[in-house]
Design a protein around this ligand. Structure first.
Ligand code: CO
Length: 145
């Protein structure tokens, strides 16, 4: 069921500084504007690569889940990896059936790409926090997403 690598999530204390680093050190030519996702307590911006994106994540608000990560990794660091799946609900059910822990309530939440996502606990994934994301343009239950 696993599909394309969509993005690698990278936590950072400064999206602006990280965008400059990807541009100046690595020659990245395209990045999105920084925008707020208040429900998830993060600012996000994407560095566009030919085959995937880097999702830069900066804390938004006092309760941001990224504060704890940055306390452990003050310069930022690799936070999660996101794969596309054809059906987010089927993926959620399959993860649970196979004994993996889906974070939160398990109800898919709207992610930065405007499609529903879930997160699977790193303890079941070799220490890597995994985001599964509904393939953009896929249909689930007869509704375009
Ligand atoms: Co992500």
């Amino acid at each position: 069921m696993i599909g394309k690598l969509n993005h690698v999530g990278v936590a950072t204390p400064s999206i602006e500084a990280s965008v400059r680093m990807y541009r100046d050190l690595l020659g990245a030519t395209s990045a999105t504007d920084k925008r707020a996702l208040p429900d998830q307590g993060v600012w996000v911006a994407f560095v566009n690569l030919p085959n995937a994106q880097i999702e830069l994540i900066e804390p938004l608000g006092e309760d941001s889940p990224i504060h704890a990560f940055l306390a452990r990794n003050p310069k930022g660091g690799q936070h999660h990896v996101c794969f596309e799946v054809p059906d987010i609900f089927a993926a959620r059910d399959e993860m649970r059936a196979k004994g993996a822990t889906v974070l939160g309530t398990g109800e898919p939440r709207m992610g930065a790409h405007g499609v529903p996502v879930i997160f699977v606990h790193p303890k079941d994934m070799g220490g890597v926090l995994i985001e599964l994301m509904q393939e953009p343009g896929a249909t689930v239950g007869g509704h375009a997403s």
